[in-house]
Design a protein around this ligand. Structure first.
Ligand code: HC1
Ligand code: SF4
Length: 589
């Protein structure tokens, strides 16, 4: 251990601890902006300065490791004034539109401005970009377009950017897609895309990991709260909401529920209180996906087809294939994602059941993901101009709606989902965590193909956990009763996906069935989830998922009675004619 003192208090910390970590672990406050517990250190905002005895200048706490006998002061007048002047400079460039900013009340920069009492001293400057006139003289004029709404998923307002660089590191470190970087120089430096193109003209997959770590409101999801509020208030249409697997665990964390408390009933009650007429479960259509995708896999094994077969429920992954790996399109399962399956079923089967026209129904899908917004807007997911999903809101937007309408789900009694699309198995719920789609598929496929000793529930441990690339061998049977060994893999996070595909391309590894999720850890860590400074939040959500599975009575997708009823009354059989029309899709050039 290393002996140090902070503000006169003697403490011991392990060697190689940074001053910032030592201070945090012992309850001392040091301001930060570019630091994020899940990202590599950058040390570029210069806010975490501390005075260290013997050093002629203040040091950045996030980049400095402790040494024996180090004497640290975190709040000297000099440190305080330096932090204040850095903040004042940033404040000078920041717009004054907190009242309408999506991050109002949940903004790290706003918190710092309050804490250090930085008044607006000067008029706010608009973002500047150096241009050259015909005589090649440098002139300066307002930036051509600081806003980028070019995708349906992500909004960027570079006027609000504080240049912390977190988004750049997230896009690089988690996804290795590298869409964002600092462009221009000196006073004109800002975050931009390659060639300063709008995001939809880049290889951005719309995962939203950049928005997850943005400390202000510079990168956010394309917010649809206003449209949803309008629908809720006007009550002109039949309002249906469906909830993704990873929403209930996220809300449980946001409302500090006990680790083994299932928050689903309270979430359903909260959504009814907001004004939705029907509350359905995307876990239902995750089970439906298992029926369709499992059948597709078994058909490919029996009749031949492209291998490895890749799952198709993650829209970030689909964007990545279409933009960067078009040669893999035929390897993708043709199944729509559970979001789009429930969308199609609501506007057909359910609409018929309640004698409504598809256009009379407004379907809002609550997702932990920003790319789901873009997915819902694909032209192939609309019929006669009526979209299967009308609005996708992220968990963050749902939190905003609950706050605006003063609904606190934690205070409500548990309520049940509506029928007939409200039953979901815990296998379907596992879709929300990396490895979960594989686990659910294996459970059902082993039973349906008649494997003698199926892996006991919860024992397919090789696909559990937060590792980026996982593999397992899964025994299945072909239709003529032959034993086959399916080589399964599970990959999450864009950086891992790229490494994995490189290995496949070089024939270093071979697989038959692969689950792909763009966000590291899967949807529990989606780009639309609430921002959190707790680095263990993903582990907590994952453990909740597994606990919910252990506690559930319905743990197999094919035993879902609502799914069985849908086939009996409407679809007839998995991969049948109507299923193909409603539940399967194609991929774009
Ligand atoms: Fe997901 Fe999925 S699990 S993609 O991670 O297949 O977003 O939660 O809803 O569609 O079911 C996300 C989560 C989600 C779909 C399902
Ligand atoms: Fe990168 Fe994802 Fe952000 Fe696009 S949405 S810039 S891919 S982190």
């Amino acid at each position: 251990m290393v002996n140090i003192s902070i503000n006169g208090r003697k403490i011991q910390v392990p060697p190689k601890t940074t001053v910032l970590d030592a201070a945090k672990a012992n309850g001392f406050y040091i301001p930060t902006l570019c630091y994020h517990p899940r990202l590599p250190i950058a040390g570029n905002c210069r806010l975490c300065l501390v005075d260290v005895k013997g050093s002629w200048k203040p040091l950045t706490a996030c980049t400095t490791e402790v040494w024996e006998g180090m004497e640290i002061e975190t709040d000297t007048p000099a440190v305080r004034e330096t932090v204040r002047s850095s903040l004042a400079m940033m404040r000078e460039e920041h717009p004054n539109d907190c009242m309408t900013c999506e991050s109002n009340g949940n903004c790290e920069f706003q918190d710092l401005i309050y804490r250090y009492q930085i008044d607006a001293q000067h008029p706010v400057r608009t973002l500047l970009k150096r241009k050259f006139d015909k005589t090649n003289h440098s002139i300066t004029e307002p930036c051509y377009s600081p806003f980028d709404n070019s995708t349906f998923s992500i909004a960027r307002d570079m006027n609000k950017c504080v240049k912390c660089g977190r988004c750049i590191r997230a896009c690089h470190h988690f996804q290795n897609i590298n869409i964002l970087g600092f462009i221009n120089r000196a006073g004109y430096e800002r975050v931009g895309t390659p060639m300063d193109r709008p995001m939809n003209f880049t290889k951005c997959v719309e995962c939203g990991q950049c928005s997850q770590v943005c400390p202000v409101g510079a990168i956010t999801e394309r917010n649809e709260c206003i449209e949803v509020l309008r629908q809720l208030d006007s009550k002109k249409k039949i309002l249906v909401v469906s909830t993704a697997p990873a929403i209930r665990t996220a809300l449980a964390e946001e409302f500090n529920a006990e680790p083994d408390f299932d928050f689903t009933g309270k979430m359903v009650a909260g959504l009814r209180k907001l004004g939705f007429d029907y509350v359905f479960d995307t876990n239902f259509s995750a089970d439906l996906t298992i029926m369709e995708e499992g059948t597709e896999l078994i058909n490919r094994l029996n009749e031949g087809g492209k291998f490895p077969m890749f799952t198709s429920c993650c829209p970030g992954w689909i964007n990545m294939v279409e933009k960067s790996y078009p040669e893999l399109r035929e390897n993708l399962s043709t199944c729509k994602s559970p979001q789009q399956m429930i969308g199609a079923v609501i506007k057909s089967y359910f609409a018929k059941k309640i004698n409504a026209k598809p256009e009379d129904i407004i379907h809002v899908s609550v997702m932990p993901c920003t790319a789901k917004k873009g997915e819902a807007k694909r032209p192939e997911f609309a019929k006669n101009g009526v979209p299967d999903i009308d609005h996708v809101i992220t968990t963050r937007e749902l939190m905003t709606l609950l706050k605006l309408k003063k609904v606190n789900p934690a205070e409500l009694q548990n309520e049940k989902y509506d029928s007939p699309l409200g039953t979901g198995s815990s296998a379907g719920n596992l879709f929300g965590v990396t490895g979960g789609v594989m686990e659910a598929a294996v459970r059902t496929a082993q039973i349906i193909t008649g494997v003698e000793n199926p892996i006991p529930l919860g024992e397919l441990k090789a696909v559990r956990g937060l590792e980026g690339i996982k593999a397992a061998n899964v025994p299945l049977k072909t239709k003529d009763g032959k034993d086959v060994n399916v080589r399964a893999a599970v990959v999450s996070g864009g950086a891992n996906i790229q490494k994995f595909l490189e290995k496949i391309k070089n024939k270093e590894v071979e697989f038959d069935f692969v689950e792909m999720m763009m966000c590291p850890g899967g949807c529990i860590n989606g780009g639309g989830q609430p921002k959190s400074a707790d680095p263990s939040i993903v582990i907590k959500k994952m453990e909740r998922m597994y606990t919910m599975d252990k506690q559930a009575t319905l743990r197999l997708s094919h035993e879902n009675q609502d799914v069985q009823q849908l086939y009996k009354e409407f679809l007839k059989e998995p991969n049948g004619h109507l299923s193909h029309e409603l539940l399967h899709t194609h991929y774009n050039d």
